[in-house]
Design a protein. Sequence first.
Length: 538
Amino acid sequence: QSQELSQAQIDYHAALQALVEDGTRMVCTGRMHTDRICRFESLCYSTEAEEFVYFHSNSSVMLPNLGSRRFQPALLDLSSVEDHNTQYFNFVELPAAALKFMPKPVFVPDVALIANRFNPDNLMHVFHDDLLPIYYTMQQFSDLDLEARLFFMEGWSEGVHFDLYKLLSNKQPLLREQLKTLGRLLCFTKSYVGLSKITTWYQYGFVQPQGPKANILVSGNEIRQFSKFMTQKLNVSLEESSSEEYIVVFSRTINRLILNEAELILALAQEFQMKTITVSLEEHSFSDIVRLISNASMLVSMHGAQLVMSLFLPRGATVVELFPYAINPEHYTPYKTLATLPGMDLQYIAWQNTDREDTVTYPDRPWDQGGIAHLDKAEQERIIKSTEVPRHLCCRNPEWLFRAYQDTKVNIPSLIHVIRQTVKSKPGPKKQKWSGSLYPGKVRDAKCQASVQGTSEAKLAVSWQIPWNLKYLKVREVKYEVWIQEQGENTYMPYILSHQNHTFSENIKPFTIYLVWIRCIFNKNLLGPFADVLLCST
Ligand code: UDP
């Protein structure tokens, strides 16, 4: 990967003239700073001021043109974490004429994606906040192809997982520190600023306790396409037909340990009659871990960032997440949410240590490794006595850190019991046939015919045609939902029907107008759209 910016591709004088005459042009998508991504031509960056610069000229464009709302609180989020006040992007404005008095610009010829990594030392954050959002931001804009260059502006050094970021493009990603070596005023010929949040599924608890995002917009399909891309880029060969099934225990070696790992491995191997292996980030290469997880039937691990690797598991596999004492699995669900995304097709099981005897605490460690010695005695005592960490905000809650960094002796019978409640026979990649969840279209040609019997009884015969897409699909079960609502009333009578016509006589009054809503349902839970409402007068 080439580190230098190739100036050969640039006609310097033409580029400079264009910058002076045309200035900066910006057009963004998104209505709010939290969903905005901006495309720029001739966006510059002063490595001395450490600020982006927008040059005004006769041809410059700024959309949205927010005036001072651009600072309330920012133009956009540079990282994929929503509205984090350390991750805002903005620029300083200058007239293009000021260029005469400024350092000679150095032009960046590559199409650039400019963003912040959120926490490049933590594997969960690397995948969830950076790699997936970068990958799908690049899919959104066609000139962000493999020849695009990533610029990471958060100010961190490469970090332990930098090799993963390098897989996303053929050009070496550049860090904020490195920009200084390129020049005093950098000008990006074409750039995109900001990251798509469309693939993120978890919020870390900055404003409310952590949990799944309120409106998840990603499915297992997109996660798996990303995993496939990464697997290919890592040159991992997937032996599709390798027949031996096995369990992977993903262990941590520094903290939050499983104290009886050997016993655990033996027990799993015996219970499921499968080879059981351990991997760890310390002892295995990333490619080896991906290769092993990609063919595993079950992944067992302590709660922790390494569990994000379950996005490499094959469909049908089982994720078993172990929680230390006093940590309620329902309150920490980044990996449960991932595993249970629709179409991820993983089974998720949580086990918690509920036995004080089986936990080892570290009150005397530094605070960031869960030590509590710095707290006053009463607070220390309260924490030690407590049987569950109350819900809390990110990121420095000492009670949470104290419990999160316990080591655990896993109670084997209890764990096997919990797994067995879900995994009845052998775990593992079922060669299940694709049961993609496609939704029905609207029912068609809906009609109604009323008949009145006497002064108090009436009937409503309603019929419709199947949704247009059904004739191309194999659907296990097709049902129709019909709502009958008297005009002007708030309530309605719901019916679930198997046929394409039905005569309603219950509660149907003569000389009344009814609104009839009809939709198709595939396989019990795939609800289609309602067809245009039908007006029926008895
Ligand atoms: N980590 C590891 N082995 C360990 C402890 C941590 O590989 O024994 C990794 C972990 O997977 C994560 C990073 O180090 O990528 C930071 O771990 P931390 O405990 O801070 O975060 P958590 O795993 O709780 O998200």
